[in-house]
Design a protein around this ligand. Sequence first.
Ligand SMILES: [Zn+2]
Length: 304
Amino acid sequence: MNRLQNIIYVSGSGRSGSTLLERIIHSSQGVSALGEFHCLWRLEEADITCSCATPFKNDSFWQSILKKADIDATAIAELRALENRVCRTAFIASHQFNIESLRNSPEVQRFLAIQFRIFEAVADASGSAILVDSSKAGPRAWLMACHPMVRIIHLYRDPADVILSWRSAKFDPGMGQEMKRMSVAAAATDWWKVEYLAKRLGQATPVSRIDYGELCSSPESTLDRIFAKLSLTTEPVPAWIDANSVLSKDNYHSLNGNPDRFDKGPIHISKREADWSKVGSAEQFVIKAVAKILKLALPGNTTS
Ligand SMILES: [Zn+2]
């Protein structure tokens, strides 16, 4: 039986809190979060560790899903090739930022069709009608928005906090090493691109925007507001313990994301405050100046 009803796609810059958001939503019955799903074809198999702590090639959940969806190495290679062609800002621009035009592209249709075989297999195996894909990438939000089942959440985090976070070291137990540290320029470009694409997407189709600070300070009311806006077939009900914590649920097979995805037990929601002591005063000045310019450079933006 095909149970799939909706996919929630989370867009946003790196370090915007998408893993926290998807873990909260995943705590709901009838919802399964898949992490940064596009890593399935963007990363080498050996570089993927599922949040259940099993290396991808030994993960019985994912291996049975791929088998059920009839996805082999050839299909993964096709997804990778299609990604390189259509999941690009230049490709979205070549379709004049027009959803209808993208939807009519045979390559976009093929790209989505292969992925939906996997989504439907996950829904069947897990019994979850709603899946969460928190790949975050801006061009991917445009392609996913072409499918009628998909709802888009854009997670916004202040660029100064995002850039500072990229400049601070963080250990990733999945990779067994420190997460990469981006340069200020690369982090700024990454932030601007996804924000720009989300702004433009919001002019073409509904995009529900969540501010990371708001999510952390009042998670339940923020998510109630967002779920009401998403027009989902069934509204998720996270397993709240109290105002700032959620009971985590088993069967969490997230492909990638923040290392917090490996944590077991209750999920405590608190804002990660920017720690300016991690960078020198000259870099602090640069980050704050760049962040100010980024916010002003967004179309139609005068404030955050
Ligand atoms: Zn797993």
